[in-house]
Design a protein around this ligand. Structure first.
Ligand code: SF4
Ligand code: SF4
Ligand code: SF4
Length: 264
């Protein structure tokens, strides 16, 4: 990394950073550009060399690669291998990159050719099962969310630059929700995955009276059985809970287990 800046009088590196997108809506990259209040500070911490959504210049020389999106095409696999070869650190940016995201919903269909026909009609494209990027390359760090939270990315980048450890919250969204004194969605008769989902979004959805859909994946030691018990007690249909658990791909292992035990 090139050393070009100081922090409290100490030289700290200014990493060359590149942003890439595979199959995605590009909403996570947009989040980086969205927060004008801190964008200039962020840009002063790093040297951005590739960021198609924000600039035309490009370079293959970078220290940190942020990869948004999941793998759904052969050419993306080759691109990802090249990114891994060029980068010192690869960061999976957002739920698509970490878990397959909403794209992995198509994996639920048994016949991918039928899916292609329904979606692309007479203009088929080369598309395969949606997979998280860690299925092909080593990933050094995952940043969760659909979309990611810009403030969280900024904190992580500062910690990377200062050589500090990066720790994701170990508690669920409910902790952040309670700290905001929100009314619990369960008390309004709605399902919510807050009890089992990794925190860090500041309870975005429940703070807008929308139940959590689990976009940040499971919190450590998530107790899915207990969540299902709560839903059952409140007569929330299992299908509504399963829709949420399946939405972003973070709970895929638990769903397979659930299906096996319930014979679904
Ligand atoms: S994680 Fe969500 S916001 Fe980010 S690229 Fe995927 S679909 Fe878009
Ligand atoms: S609304 Fe959801 S996140 Fe908030 S306390 Fe209730 S279950 Fe937890
Ligand atoms: S509340 Fe749940 S679905 Fe909403 S942003 Fe947070 S983790 Fe994602």
């Amino acid at each position: 990394m090139t050393t070009k800046q100081t922090f409290l009088g100490v030289n700290v590196p200014k990493p060359r950073v590149a942003f890439f997108e595979l199959s995605s809506c590009e909403g996570c990259q947009l989040q980086i550009l969205n927060n004008e209040a801190t964008l200039l500070d962020f840009l002063s911490m790093v040297e951005i060399v590739t960021f198609r959504e924000g600039m035309t210049e490009k370079s293959d020389e970078y220290d940190v690669a942020f990869v948004e999106g999941c793998i759904t095409r052969k050419d993306e696999e080759q691109r990802l291998l090249t990114i891994r070869k060029n980068a010192g650190l690869v960061v999976a940016l957002g739920s698509c990159a970490c878990f397959g995201g909403v794209n992995q919903l198509k994996n639920r269909f048994n016949d991918l050719n039928w899916v292609k026909k329904e979606v692309y009609g007479d203009h088929p494209i080369d598309t395969q099962e949606a997979k998280p990027i860690s299925t092909l390359i080593d990933v050094d760090l995952e940043i969760y969310g659909c979309p990611i939270k810009k403030e969280e990315v900024e904190d992580i980048v500062v910690n990377l630059i200062l050589g500090k450890s990066i720790d994701h919250p170990k508690y669920p969204v409910c902790m952040e929700c309670k700290a905001k004194s929100n009314i619990c969605l369960f008390d309004l008769g709605e399902p919510c995955l807050g009890p089992i989902t990794r925190a860090g979004c500041d309870a975005w959805c429940p703070s807008s009276r929308l139940g959590c859909w689990g976009c940040r994946g499971p919190a450590p030691e998530a107790n899915i059985k207990q969540l299902l018990h709560i839903c059952n007690e409140r007569e929330i249909p299992m299908e509504r809970v399963m829709d949420r658990l399946e939405c972003f791909g973070g709970f895929s292992e638990s769903i397979e287990q659930l299906r096996r035990t319930e014979g679904r």
